[in-house]
Each structure stands twice: as structure tokens, then as C-alpha cells.
Design a binder for this molecule. Structure first.
Ligand code: GLN
Length: 282
């Protein structure tokens, strides 16, 4: 079997098993092949009639069979790009999503490049938000918490790989902070309702449930962390939180009750209100 035949066969099987468009399935087949054989996309094109050895085929098939069972491509290759940079991922952390780049953009708009602001990222996971902010705003003092030690190991590794300075702390939301205050607090907490059928489909089945689900309406963590976040903001400091597609209406009053005034919600690229927040009134 040559490279082109193997990729054609894999494309058809991925498309059928996961219900993907052929174009998307082909891209996945190429990503798996590049990763397995340590080659780039150009190599795959230049070598499409090369015969493959049994061990090359076997290594590819083993990754492919995991993908056919639904395991996310990011976990199979151990990497996902976020805000133009590569982040290592494992099943201990949520896979960074393009939706979350909205949160990053909003945060950057509140961080003047020439001022040393204190920033906190809640539930950092892979570290993608905290690390991106630290790299985009070198003067910012960025702290990030997670209650998972394994997640923090990955976040620290990502910070090291990307040369970012972030202080990582193990903490269940604000448990590790007595009296410390920040100019900007951001977070992408779990916000999916436990009973949401979407938790049983696609990539999320393989992601850490503790990073996704939050009680019967998905708001358990947001209800807990909003008052705590407001108690850890400097006067005039900003809070920005990602939430579910239908939660802006529930999150805004929670923010107002805690002196975030006025509150605002922002839409992601799909037009869905995805982040809410505002400034702590003085
Ligand atoms: N946006 C993610 C999803 O819908 C959920 C991320 C989260 O719960 N923080 O899969």
C-alpha cells in the first residue's frame, strides 16, 4: 500500500465513522499520518506513491483505530493550536477551543501593553489563556489556578515550551488566595448542564468531565466563583467569564448582584453570546 492509498482509505473510514465531511476527514487522516511518521504535509504530497513498510502502516492504523472510536485528534497527536501557538494537551485538560479566543481578545483589550497589571486565570487547564495573555502582554503579572495537579503539570510545560512567565498555583477557585486582589480576572469554568446530551457526543466524551459539567443547569461553578472573584478584584478591576450559549441572561444578574456594573455580554464568531463581564464598581 502506498501513502495515497492509505490516506484515501483512512479518509473514507473517518468520514463514515464520525460523520465528517470528506474534506475534514482527509485533513484528519493527514494530521494522523504526519504525526505517526514524523513528516510534514508537504512530505505527504511529495511522497504519495511511496510504498509503506508494515510497521509504518501498523503505527498509523493503531492511531486511526482510536480516532474511529471517537478519541479526539488533539489527544492523539498531543497538541492543539490556540491563538496561533502550539499547546500540549492530554486527557487531563480540556482541548483549547477557538471560541475561547474571544475571551482572550476581550482580556487583551483591558490590558494596556505599557502597564504592569495583575491578572488571574481561573481553572487554567492547559494554560492556554494565561500563557497567551502573558506572551501578548509581557508586563502583565499573570497567575493561574487549577485544582488538578496533572493539569498544572501540563500548563507549566506549555509555559516552559513557549517561554511564558506565569505563576501556577493549585487551588479550588479562590481557596489559595487570602486577601490577594487582581486587576483582571478571567476564566473558562465548567458550564455545561450535567444532563446535556451533548456531553455524550463527539470529543467531549473524552475530555475531563470536571472541566465541562457544572450541576443541573451548568451554573454551579459560575454561582460559586462570581462572588469570590468580585471579592478578589481591585476597585475598577474587570471580570470576564466564558459561559454556555444560553447562559448570558443568567450570568448577568449574578455579576450585578456582586457589584459588576454595568454588565455586558459578547458574541463569539458563531454569533453566540459566549463571554459576560464588566468592571467592579468603585
Ligand atoms: N465550550 C465547551 C463545549 O461546549 C465547554 C467548555 C466549558 O465547559 N468550559 O464543549
Amino acid at each position: 500500500m502506498n501513502v495515497a492509498q492509505l490516506l484515501d482509505d483512512a479518509t473514507a473510514r473517518i468520514a463514515a465513522a464520525l460523520g465528517l465531511e470528506k474534506r475534514e476527514a482527509r485533513l484528519e487522516a493527514r494530521v494522523l499520518a504526519s504525526h505517526t511518521w514524523g513528516v510534514d504535509a508537504a512530505w505527504l504530497i511529495a511522497h504519495d506513491t511511496d510504498a509503506l513498510s508494515d510497521s509504518q502502516i501498523a503505527a498509523f492504523q493503531s492511531l486511526l483505530s482510536q480516532r474511529l472510536q471517537g478519541r479526539p485528534i488533539a489527544y492523539l497527536v498531543g497538541m492543539r493550536e490556540f491563538y496561533g501557538r502550539p499547546f500540549q494537551v492530554s486527557p487531563d485538560v480540556l482541548i483549547p477551543r477557538p471560541d475561547t479566543e474571544l475571551l482572550v481578545e476581550l482580556a487583551l483589550a483591558r490590558l494596556p501593553p505599557d502597564q504592569p497589571m495583575d491578572v488571574l486565570d481561573l481553572g487554567t487547564g492547559s494554560g492556554c489563556i494565561a500563557i497567551t495573555l502573558a506572551l501578548e502582554r509581557p508586563l502583565a503579572r499573570v497567575t493561574a489556578v487549577d485544582r488538578s495537579a496533572t493539569a498544572l503539570t501540563i500548563a507549566q510545560r506549555n509555559a516552559d515550551n513557549l517561554n511564558a512567565h506565569v505563576e501556577f498555583l493549585i487551588s479550588d477557585w479562590f481557596a489559595a488566595f487570602a486577601g490577594r486582589r487582581f486587576d483582571l480576572i478571567v476564566g473558562n469554568p465548567p458550564y455545561i448542564a450535567q444532563t446535556d446530551p451533548h456531553l455524550a457526543r463527539g470529543d467531549v466524551r473524552f475530555e475531563p468531565m470536571t472541566a465541562l459539567a457544572a450541576g443541573h443547569d451548568g451554573l454551579d461553578d459560575l454561582r460559586r466563583l462570581i462572588p469570590a472573584a468580585c471579592a478578589h478584584l481591585n476597585p475598577g478591576g474587570s471580570l470576564l467569564l466564558e459561559h454556555g450559549y444560553d447562559q448570558a441572561e443568567a450570568v448577568q444578574p449574578l455579576l450585578r448582584m456582586n457589584r459588576i456594573q454595568p454588565t455586558q455580554s459578547w458574541a463569539d464568531l458563531a454569533g453566540i453570546l459566549r463571554v459576560s463581564g464588566g468592571k467592579l464598581s468603585k
